[in-house]
Design a protein. Sequence first.
Length: 77
Amino acid sequence: TEEQKAENAKRGVPNIGIGRGTIIRRAIIDQNARIGDGCRIGIDDIPREEGDYAMYSIHDGIIVINKNAVIKNGTVL
């Protein structure tokens, strides 16, 4: 709702979904994830360490954004 969006803006939390200008490749986004504006996820060919992290994991070169994760504006993964 608009009230929730206003509250998110006050708290500096992205809305559920994918923000403006975000580019995503080679990734899986689970439900209710909040990905901020201007993020870059999996768009380069830099090898990344496999494993589980706070808001995402990497397996076989695929980035998996966890359910209910919050990825802040401008994040590069």
